[in-house]
Write a protein that binds this ligand. Structure first.
Ligand SMILES: NC(=O)c1ccc[n+]([C@@H]2O[C@H](COP(=O)([O-])OP(=O)(O)OC[C@H]3O[C@@H](n4cnc5c(N)ncnc54)[C@H](OP(=O)(O)O)[C@@H]3O)[C@@H](O)[C@H]2O)c1
Length: 336
C-alpha cells in the first residue's frame, strides 16, 4: 500500500486544474487529502474528487502546511507570488505556468525525456509548455539515435490552451457567427470563429511570439542541447482540445522512415497512427481525452536525406499539462 499524500491543486476550477483532478483520480495517485484552491471568485464552490464534493478555498497563510505536493495552474502571477510560500511551508511545487521555467536551478521536466532532472529540485519543478512537451516526447527517441540538429515546427493549437474562458469564447462566437449576430472577442486578439490566428502570447523584439520562443528555450533546456536549431510558428485554430504540429526534423545522420517507426514503437508515451491509404493519421478529436502523443504522416524529406517530416497530436490539457504534472508527482512519490 503506497503512503498516502496530501495534494494541493492551485487553480482547481480551471481547465488544467479540473483535468489534474481527473488525472489524479484515473491514475489512482495515492491522495490521502486533497486541498483545492482557486480565487476569491470561487468562494462557496466545490470540486468533485473520487465521488466527494470538496470545498474550494482561497490561498491563506499556512494553507500548504502538511502538503506533500502542490500542483499549480492558476497563472504565472499567482505562481510567482504563492509558490515560494508553498515551498516555505514544506510542499514540493510542480508548476504549470511559465513563471520559473527558465531559471537555471529549477528543473523543467518531461518524464519520458529527462526524468533524471527531477533529482536536482530544491522544492520546485516546472512543467513545460504544452506544445514543447508533445514535440519532445516524439523527438527524443529519434534524437537519442541520430542527434537532432534542426527542428522547424508549425503548431495548430486548440483554444483550451488559453483556458476555460477561451473555450466559451470559441463556442459563443461560432454560434453568433452562424446566427449573423455581432460578437466582441475578449480573450483572442481576433475572432476565433471560422478563423486561424498566427499569434499566441505576446510578440518579442525578434519578431517571434513568446509562445514560439518557449519552444526554442524549453527544447534547449530539456534536451540539454542548446546547439539544436529550433524555429517555431505557433498558430491558434478553432479546435476545442488537442494541439497538432507539423514537424520537420534534421539529424546528424540519415534516419530512415523504417528506423524512426521502430524507435517510436518502443518509445514511452508515443503512439503511431500512420496508414494514409486508410486515411489514418493522428487527429485532435481522437487525441482529446487521451494521454499519449500521437505521430503519423511520417515522410522522408525530399530535399535533405538527413531529415524527416511528421504530424504530431496530443491533448494539451492532459499530456501538455495535467498528465505531465501528475507523472512528475508519481516520480517523486517513487523516490526520485
Ligand atoms: N490550458 C492549457 O493547455 C495549459 C497548458 C499548460 C499550462 N497552462 C498554464 O496553466 C495556467 C492555468 O491555465 P488554465 O487553462 O487552467 O486557465 P483557466 O481555465 O483560466 O483557470 C485558471 C485557474 O486559476 C485560478 N485563479 C486565478 N486567479 C487566482 C488567484 N488569484 N488565486 C488562486 N487561484 C486563481 C482560477 O480560479 P477561479 O475559477 O476562481 O477564477 C482557475 O481555477 C496558466 O498559467 C496557463 O498558462 C495551461
Amino acid at each position: 500500500m503506497p503512503k498516502l499524500k496530501t495534494v494541493a491543486v492551485v487553480g482547481a476550477t480551471g481547465a488544467v486544474g479540473q483535468t489534474m483532478l481527473a488525472v489524479l483520480e484515473e491514475r489512482n495517485f495515492p491522495v490521502g487529502e486533497l486541498r483545492p484552491f482557486a480565487s476569491e471568485r470561487s468562494q462557496g464552490k466545490t470540486v468533485r474528487f473520487k465521488g466527494n464534493e470538496i470545498p474550494v478555498r482561497p490561498i491563506s497563510p499556512g494553507c500548504f502546511k502538511g502538503v506533500d505536493y502542490a500542483l499549480f495552474s492558476a497563472g504565472g502571477a499567482v505562481s510567482k507570488e504563492v509558490a515560494p510560500q508553498a515551498v516555505r511551508e514544506g510542499a514540493i511545487v510542480i508548476d504549470n505556468t511559465a513563471a520559473f521555467r527558465y531559471e537555471p536551478d529549477i528543473p523543467l521536466v518531461v518524464p519520458e525525456v529527462n526524468r533524471h532532472a527531477i533529482k536536482k529540485h530544491q522544492g520546485l519543478i516546472a512543467n513545460p509548455n504544452c506544445s514543447t512537451i508533445q514535440m519532445l516526447v516524439a523527438l527524443k527517441p529519434l534524437h537519442d539515435a541520430a542527434r537532432l540538429t534542426r527542428i522547424i515546427v508549425s503548431t495548430y493549437q486548440s483554444v483550451s490552451g488559453a483556458g476555460n474562458r477561451a473555450i466559451r469564447e470559441m463556442l459563443d462566437s461560432t454560434r453568433a457567427a452562424l446566427d449573423g449576430k455581432p460578437f466582441a472577442n475578449e480573450i483572442f486578439a481576433h475572432p476565433i470563429a471560422f478563423n486561424v490566428i498566427p499569434q499566441i502570447d505576446v510578440f518579442l523584439d525578434n519578431g517571434f511570439t513568446k509562445e514560439e520562443m518557449k519552444m526554442v528555450w524549453e527544447t534547449h533546456k530539456i534536451m540539454e542541447a542548446p546547439e539544436i536549431g529550433v524555429t517555431a510558428t505557433c498558430v491558434r485554430v478553432p479546435v476545442r482540445y488537442g494541439h497538432s504540429e507539423a514537424i520537420y526534423a534534421e539529424f546528424e545522420r540519415a534516419l530512415s522512415v523504417e528506423e524512426a517507426r521502430t524507435l517510436w514503437a518502443k518509445a514511452p508515451g508515443v503512439k503511431v497512427i500512420d496508414d494514409p491509404a486508410q486515411k489514418l493519421y493522428p487527429l485532435a478529436i481522437h487525441a482529446a481525452g487521451a494521454d499519449a502523443t500521437y505521430v503519423g504522416r511520417l515522410r522522408a524529406d525530399l530535399a535533405n536525406p538527413k531529415a524527416l517530416n511528421f504530424w504530431c497530436v496530443s491533448d494539451n490539457l492532459r499530456k501538455g499539462a495535467a498528465t505531465n504534472a501528475v507523472q512528475i508527482a508519481e516520480c517523486l512519490a517513487e523516490g526520485d
